[in-house]
Write a protein that binds this ligand. Structure first.
Ligand code: F6R
Length: 616
């Protein structure tokens, strides 16, 4: 979490870094700060709050300078206040740092530095790190790059850092371990950009280097970037990549919020995810990464899916898909639990890691553990070149485009799309799906984007329902089979952006406890599609109704039975049961969105959250 960015070159650095921070705010928005250097003189502004608050503080000052670093924080060590905000200065005031990550042994280092006379103004691990760098530099009388490298060999934890000496305004030192870091390179090395992702600099350059773990880079004006491994000092030839991202993709494009834009992007996101893979008319699913490892997939005794949050919910849908269509046993694990419980992984197991950002620390650690036990790890990621995409043995991108709203929407449906393609492909090859059924599925999958498009027209109906229930203190979401994970996801969406307490349950579990909560003030959202254990769910609806609960039902077009019982119904187009989550989730996303807007919540940046969870 936390976003870092910086500029070194011939342009004014302030506007570039401030804009960059705004683009990185999805990574944390507890506090923000910037340091700008001109002719070896620096100005530092930092504040609790958002980048917009920082702009207000900075604006009355002279902000000239061609070198700057900025930071937007998701608090880990120390409460969000001005002192704990980054950038942090060393005791001499010469060195400045921005940091994303956690230095786990900071307390031991801090005590040692205090013994040597260092003083600290914040509670952060980052201030400890910059003073350690200063101490190492003084002790070894070395250049800054060397001092950073030596200091990092003494720290335990995760970091993406950018450091410079304000008396040497032509150089920034950057390094990473566990937290992402991209470097944008201007023409002939006349300017450089550093950032947690490439979004702060896409309008300036398409040439970028993504540092790997354990790498340190010396970014110096007029010089080629030099990259080294931190521990063994070996030189690394930097891999300059061409960025595919464009500015339009990371702007709101006329929508009030990124979340709404991303909900509406789902028809094209799903289409882009199966484009070139789903060849419905030829009756083929083509996925290079699966084809290249097909023996492993077909011989897999078990698939273990690891993920967090919404991606974990997509994994649950994956369990239904893979077991139902390809008859491979599946276990779905929270990455955070998996990594710490000495899991049994056999050599015929495949681990599938799902992550939108590709940077989630727990998922990354689960992958490393699975690999260390000899498993073949397949990634389903959205962010190209992300740590998880690089760490896995093979994988498939979701092609959803940048997801900026903190609440995940199009990532969920596109992850399910990839999982459905894999399940269908394996099912067909294993002889579990007949050729005619396979063709039926492929033709139906092709129609999903237009069905989602159609379904999005329910927005006004959903808005009215939102108005009725926006003040509810609690909410229950129920679904069965393929729609059970959708119920979990619907509840997560509501709680994270509207702060209404919500829970998702398999509909039949209601009678084992949650039914006690039901009274006339309890909205219950029930997914009751025709092909998903319909009669059973109808019985569950009756049980709620007889206790005066309020029913909002998601039903298949043309439903007549639930319509008579429910207080509100939202119709979805008919589809194969296996694809139902791609549709049933849409009205739930809209419902959370409208309720959150009506409650005056910050939809794109809900409190206490961050988009990319790079800490445990
Ligand atoms: C919920 C949400 C989070 C993420 C989770 C995993 O809307 O966004 O629950 O799904 O933090 O993130 P990724 O998919 O980036 O690994």
């Amino acid at each position: 979490m936390c976003g870092i960015t910086g500029y070194l070159g011939f342009r004014e650095a302030y506007p570039i870094v401030i804009n960059g921070l705004q683009r990185l705010e999805y990574r944390g928005y507890d506090s923000a700060g910037i340091v700008i250097t001109s002719n070896d003189k620096s100005k530092l502004f930092k504040t609790k709050g958002k980048v917009s608050d920082l702009k207000k503080i900075a604006k009355k000052n002279n902000l000239e300078g061609n070198l700057a670093l900025g930071h937007t924080r998701w608090a880990t060590h120390g409460v969000p206040n001005n002192e704990n905000s980054h950038p942090h200065l060393s005791n001499s005031g010469n060195l400045v740092i921005v940091h994303n990550g956690i230095i786990e042994n900071y307390d031991t280092i801090k005590k040692e530095l205090i013994k040597r006379g260092y003083t600290f103004h914040s509670d952060t691990d980052t201030e400890v790190l910059i003073n350690l760098i200063e101490e190492v530099q003084i002790k070894n009388n070395c250049k800054l790059g060397k001092a950073v490298q030596l200091a990092l060999t003494n720290v335990v934890g995760a970091y993406a850092i950018a450091v410079y000496d304000i008396n040497k305004s032509d150089e920034i030192i950057v390094a990473r371990l566990g937290s992402p870091l991209a470097i944008g390179i201007g023409k002939n090395n006349t300017e450089f950009f550093v950032a947690s992702d490439a979004s702060p600099f896409i309008e300036y350059t398409k040439d970028a280097i993504y540092l790997d773990d354990e790498e340190l880079a010396i970014v110096k004006l007029g010089k080629k970037i030099r990259v080294r491994k931190i521990h063994d000092d070996s030189i690394v030839e930097p891999n300059i990549q061409e960025l595919k991202l464009n500015l339009e993709q990371i702007e709101k494009g006329g929508y009030d919020h990124f979340m709404l834009k991303e909900i509406y992007e789902q028809p094209s996101a799903i289409f882009d995810t199966f484009r070139g893979r789903l060849l419905a008319d030829k009756g083929i699913i083509k996925m290079g990464s699966v084809d290249n490892n097909i023996t492993k997939f077909l011989n897999a005794k078990r698939i273990i899916i690891v993920a967090c949050g919404t991606s974990w919910h997509a994994g649950l849908v994956g369990e239904y898909l893979l077991e139902d269509l390809s008859r491979i046993p599946v276990e779905v694990e929270y990455a955070s639990e998996f990594r710490y419980r000495n899991p049994i992984i056999n050599k015929d197991d495949i681990v599938i890691a799902i992550s939108q950002s590709g940077e989630t620390a727990d998922t990354l650690a689960a992958i490393k553990l699975a690999k260390s036990k000899g498993a073949f790890v397949f990634g389903i990621c959205n962010v190209v070149g992300s740590s998880i995409a690089r760490e896995t043995n093979s994988g498939a991108y979701t092609h959803a485009g940048p997801e900026i709203g903190v609440a995940s929407t199009k990532a969920f449906t596109t992850q399910i799309t990839v999982l459905a393609l894999i399940a269908l492909k394996l099912g067909k090859l294993k002889g579990e799906i007949s050729t005619s059924d396979f063709h039926k599925y492929l033709q139906e999958m092709k129609l999903i984007p237009s069905k989602v498009e159609e379904l999005l027209k329910v927005n006004h109906e959903v808005e009215k329902i939102a108005l009725t229930y926006k003040d509810a203190p609690n909410c229950l979401y129920l679904g069965r089979g393929y729609n059970f994970p959708v119920a979990l996801e619907g509840a997560l969406k509501l709680k994270e952006i509207s702060y209404i307490h919500a829970e998702g349950y398999p509909a039949a579990e209601m009678k084992h406890g949650p039914i006690a909560l039901i009274d006339e003030s309890m909205p219950v959202i029930v997914i009751a599609t025709k092909k998903g254990h319909y009669e059973k769910v109808v019985s569950n609806i009756q049980e709620i109704k007889s206790r005066n609960g309020k029913i909002i039902a998601i039903v298949t077009e043309g439903d007549t039975i639930v319509k008579k019982i429910a207080d509100h119904v939202i119709e979805i187009p008919e589809t194969e049961e296996a694809f139902a989550p791609l549709l049933t989730t849409i009205p739930l996303q809209l419902l959370s969105y409208y309720i959150a807007v009506m409650r005056g919540c910050n939809v794109d940046q809900p409190r206490n959250l961050a988009k990319s969870v790079t800490v445990e």
